[in-house]
Design a protein around this ligand. Structure first.
Ligand code: NAD
Length: 357
């Protein structure tokens, strides 16, 4: 078995963390008897420097031909002065659109070994949590009609939240299917007491629930959800929500794990091909210093093994190796407590590779 993976290292710490993940994939491939062909392509700031555009056509073509895409992170201060259409972030929106990736899956799990890093009350951290937020990625307010105009009180601006039944249904199916593989509980988050688009969201989710009698669906208003996430995060398992609510809530959920360098993500569409990346950015402040935590990218590669390459055992093998390394007390600087010794990116990668042997 040969898997064709498009690899976008990106900017800042991107090359360091992506190469750690490639070493892990190669090692796990050897163990489980499959091979990878990694095709490195440019996107983001380094693509602007080399080709004048954040998302070259060649990159899109390679991604479309691949089984999946692994991405580090894009952006950095060097390109912040460029006009909007030339900014590195345009590459991310472009790839999502070109690959039709409408579902963003962001797990937020408090690892027992890292309870001390959780900013919540001790008893909440002790209870632990393990949730996955399914965020709609290509609809809603970020893509609705927007503009400026002259209003009753002078100049004004507007953005529109608009969802079609089709868009709600397809993200709903992703979430129900995922809930089936976990605790069979799904919480759908909306603002149906105020927004018409949320009332349609709720209607469609309930219609879908009839097709998934084994999954319990609960509605929750977004303001309550923001509160419940810090009060009792353990109640959440699979969560489905719109683009904007998901953007905000998934950042809140990631922060309560206390560790930006640990969290992976997957973006999926109609096909098995996905885009896998850590949730953090390109960390220009530590780029090129071998200080970055590679675990979020390594766990993103594990998600790719499970969700796109259908290699759940290999995925579990990688996740277990990471857990064992953390259980041994090995830490990179971002997750080390004051006074604790911090490993470099390459030393943490080596520790994980040793666990895979
Ligand atoms: P960031 O996530 O890059 O960094 C925030 C802080 O977390 C920094 O102190 C950084 O050193 C630290 N950090 C991040 N990842 C780490 C890791 N793996 N190991 C150790 N420490 C880590 O966010 P930012 O500083 O707001 O953004 C920097 C650049 O990244 C910007 O250009 C931004 O647009 C871009 N960005 C890209 C993506 C993406 O490619 N998906 C996402 C977010 C931000």
């Amino acid at each position: 078995m040969n898997y064709n993976i498009a690899v976008i290292e990106g900017d800042g710490i991107g090359p360091e963390i992506v190469n750690s993940a490639l070493e892990v994939l190669t090692a796990v491939g050897k163990k489980f008897k499959f091979d990878f062909v990694f095709k490195k392509v440019r996107a983001g700031g380094n693509a602007i420097d080399h080709t004048g555009t954040p998302l070259p056509q060649e990159t899109v073509k390679t991604c479309l031909e691949a089984n999946s895409v692994l991405l580090g992170a894009v952006g950095g201060p060097k390109w912040d002065v460029l006009p909007g259409h030339l900014r590195p972030e345009k590459a991310l929106l472009g790839i999502r659109k070109e690959l039709g990736l409408y579902a963003n899956l962001r797990p937020a799990r408090l690892l027992p070994e890292l309870k001390d890093a959780c900013p919540l009350k001790k008893e909440v951290a002790d209870a632990g949590f393990d949730m996955i937020i399914v965020r709609e990625l290509t609809g809603g307010m970020y893509f609705g009609e927007s503009g400026r105009r002259e209003g009753k009180y002078g100049p004004e601006a507007y953005d529109t939240e608009c969802y079609s039944e089709m868009e709600i249904e397809r993200i709903g199916v992703t979430a129900f299917e995922l809930a089936r593989t976990r605790s069979k509980k799904l919480i759908s988050i909306d603002k149906a007491n105020v927004l018409e688009s949320s009332r349609l969201w709720r209607e469609v989710m309930h219609r879908l629930a009839e097709k998934y009698p084994d999954v319990t669906l609960t509605d929750m208003l977004v303001d309550n959800a923001a509160m419940q996430l810090v009060k009792n995060p353990k109640q959440f398992d699979v969560v489905v929500t719109s683009n904007m609510f998901g953007d905000i809530l998934s950042d809140e959920a990631s922060q309560i794990t206390g560790s930006i360098g640990l969290l992976p993500s997957a973006s999926l569409g109609e096909t098995k091909r996905g885009l896998y990346e850590p949730i953090h950015g390109s960390a220009p402040d530590i780029a090129g210093q071998d200080k970055a935590n590679p675990i979020a990218t390594i766990l993103s590669a594990a998600m790719m093994l499970r969700l796109s390459l259908m290699q759940p055992e290999a995925a579990q093998f990688v996740e277990d190796a990471v857990s064992r390394v953390l259980a041994k007390g090995l830490r990179t600087a971002d997750i080390a407590l004051p006074g604790e010794k911090a490993l470099s990116c390459s030393a943490m990668t080596k520790a994980i590779l040793d666990e895979l042997k």
